[in-house]
Design a protein around this ligand. Sequence first.
Ligand code: GDP
Length: 703
Amino acid sequence: MAREYPIERVRDIGIVAHIDAGKTTVSERILFYTGVSHKIGEVHEGDTVMDWMEQERERGITITAAATTCFWTPTYAKDNKGQDYRINLIDTPGHIDFTVEVKRSMRVLDGACVVFDGVAGVEAQSETNWRYADEYMVPRICFINKLDRTGASFDNSFKSILDKLNPNAIQMQIPIGMEGNFEGLIDLLSGKVYRFEGVKGEKIIESSDIPEDYKEQYKEKRGKLIERIVEHDDTAMGSYLEGEEVSVADLKRILRKATLEIKLIPVFTGSALKNKGVQLMLDGIIDYLPSPADVLPAKGTDPDSGAEITRLATDDEKFSALAFKIAADPFVGSLTFFRVYSGVLRTGSYVFNTNKGIKERVGRILRMHANHREDVEEIHAGDLGALVGMKDTTTGDTLADPENPIILEKIIFPEPVISMRIEPKTKVDQEKMGIALRRLAEEDPTFRVGGDAETGETIISGMGELQLEIIVDRMKREFKVEANVGRPQVAYRETIQGSAEAEGKYIRQSGGRGQYGHCWLKVEANEKGAGFEFIDAIKGGVIPREYIPAVEKGVKEAVERGVLAGYPIVDVKVTLFDGSFHEVDSSEAAFKIAGSIAFQDGVKQSKPVLLEPIMKVQVITPADFMGDVTGDISSKRGRIESMDDRMGVKVIEALIPLSEMFGYATKLRSITQGRGSFSMEFSNYEPMPNNVAQGIIEGKAQK
Ligand code: GDP
């Protein structure tokens, strides 16, 4: 089957934004204008198309990173048949607890439209997301939204992008009017004036009459824009300097190339809520963001030889794809969203999951549209789809042609920093809870399920309070499991700062067959992030081969429960260098216990310390409350990293222990009379000060 859309007419893009900047509203308008959504839903009415998960609607935030397909014919090509494009909209979450999902979606999208609030300009999280886009070298355009709001300023918002994010952002349009009087846009390249009529702005009124008061501004800004564009092309630069007119088509071509190389960033504007400008931004997506064929070939490694392989984005290449999202689905159980990097995937065929080393059969392939799902026979290079019924594939796995396996670049996920106890309400819930939690953990690689070995309770952990809250909520709604949850706890860890040699002896000889296990271990601090390492340095068979894995097993079990407060021990190196055995009494069980005794003793002698997660926090506050905010940060054992002025407010960046951040939203609100805001993300683990650590250790001991 031929592909419906040549790859040049496909766009895999994401809408990226700080929470509340209007990502949901913009996405919704996109779906409406692209003809998929037949009804414009407002966020506050809880009727959004993208947010199809129930509690997303209630909370008004977007959690999933699923992909939706829609179609767009550029405004300027309305009469020109055969100029429509397929846009695969990859949903990216805006909330801080889901930073990982933003990163994950950056990995699979080719271009992004970054949405800003026209009153606030660049906000904390937009900066973080922008840096991720830089990290993944994602070409982007901007959309300054909410120009209708009181206090909105295109100029200030645009300036904040230049100052805070990238000096190569370029203004593509001039808004006509502002705030309550915002009525339309002047396109600087074409000189066309656009107004949006009809109930939902679907009727575009185009003219060439630039309003009198805007003529001068138009001339000046257009000149500036053209100057910035021709800089990227010698021929055009030549003509420009000669005083010749460079054609709009040429300008667009040069700008496209410069945008793909992230040398220029086109900035569009409008008001999604008031239905102005979104269509022109869609044109921008088509004109300036890459098709899958424009990006570098996918890189990966041969799982057998480890050699680097690249795959071109064409249908003729061997099949390779990345599973980037597993979503529980009310109709088909679970959906595995994937992006095809090369080749074609057909139903009825087999794929090799290179990460797991297993083959899976391709049953159904779905393409998700805003309001319906389409069963398709095949999915081509550069496209996105969802597989039904994959058993062992989890987020981040590569799917490949079984004869030509490849592992695409892996996505690295941070370890969870927060945990809470969860208890089923009834016996029936108990059985269902295990299944539900396992399914949810498959979807979200930063969500973990574990148990407390002593109490037998189930413990869930993740990256933030909100993430865990939502998981408990989904368990209730989607799996009908009722559960009680404990208070969120910080996921502390333990490590050592010294080294020691320690002996472990487990010898019992009272009648019948005895027990004999005996070993010597050297316990040392390993490099930060290096994890756990076990080295067998036994010489001359002082411990027989068959018992050595048992020693390692005993040590590994002890690593899970630290000596200070029972938290897992990280970054430790253990060398087994001596011991003895007994011909009759030695057993694996005895050596396992000996290993664990020696390890615990070794750790106690090696300056054990508690580690706590430190968060990178950004607080924005009016200057009046600056002193109170910084004072409060200091009282939270916080370290202030920087303080900046940004358009009349203060921006404070600080490193603060997670344990001090519970309830901060309420606290900040009360300190700043509701005017401050903050965002945070995990930074690193650090040793805790002794006096604070002591409190945790004693608290644990009392339980
Ligand atoms: P998200 O959190 O980024 O997905 O943002 P939403 O789309 O949920 O928008 C947040 C709030 O801003 C909602 O109350 C929207 O109605 C409102 N909003 C979105 N776009 C605009 C706009 O262009 N103008 C105004 N005045 N409000 C908007």
